[in-house]
Design a protein. Structure first.
Length: 199
């Protein structure tokens, strides 16, 4: 029984450590683009760009911020959106926010507490339809695939820009193996108690 207690303690400790989630500086970080003003965004053609990311199977991402890298030209606001995936291209917006653009740098959604289950999603960078600004391109570690929109009547098409994207938060693994182990240990413990009282 004493040996069983030690085994139980070890298993419970491992399960707690593995299910506690792993905080990171960024869940996704393409790095700062080497071309800060690499592609025009906004304007009459309403240029916008998207980059796809995946929440792995068996994981949940608790997102606290989603940012893209923008460079200012004519000013105004930029819009950073989280969008679902439809057949490998951006679909319907889940969340979006406008941010006044004052200098070149990272802008977007902050102060979030958003849980994303496993699946494919897009970060979409949108400009002011009346003003021209830029998004950074040629990031050191870009997401793939990417897409771009040139405005009506053109729809989303695949592209390769190397957009700057950062997603901050926590990845939490689903601890199914630990649950099975703990249930097994519980059953073994009950069997030992029963045998003890039977004797």
């Amino acid at each position: 029984m004493k040996k069983m207690s030690w085994i139980s303690l070890v298993v419970i400790t491992v399960c707690l450590l593995s299910s506690s989630g792993l905080s990171q500086a960024y869940l996704i970080d393409t790095g700062t683009p080497t071309m800060p003003a690499g592609a025009a965004i906004g304007g009459a053609a309403w240029f916008m760009y998207g980059a796809q990311f995946t929440v792995p199977e068996g994981n949940t991402y608790v997102i606290t911020s989603i940012q893209g890298y923008y460079s200012v030209d004519e000013g105004g606001s930029v819009y950073t959106s989280l969008v679902n995936d439809v057949s490998g291209l951006p679909g319907v917006s889940i969340l979006s926010s406008a941010t006044p653009l004052s200098n070149s740098g990272w802008y977007g959604l902050t102060g979030l507490n958003l849980s994303l289950s496993s699946g494919k999603y897009w970060v979409v960078l949108i400009g002011d339809p009346f003003l021209i600004n830029y998004v950074g391109t040629s990031s050191p570690d870009p997401l793939s695939p990417e897409a771009q929109w040139y405005g009506p009547p053109v729809n989303w098409v695949t592209a390769s820009r190397g957009l700057g994207v950062r997603i901050d938060g926590q990845a939490i693994a689903t601890p199914e193996p630990c649950i099975i182990l703990l249930l097994g240990l519980g059953l073994i413990g009950l069997a030992e108690i029963r045998n003890k009282f039977s004797n």
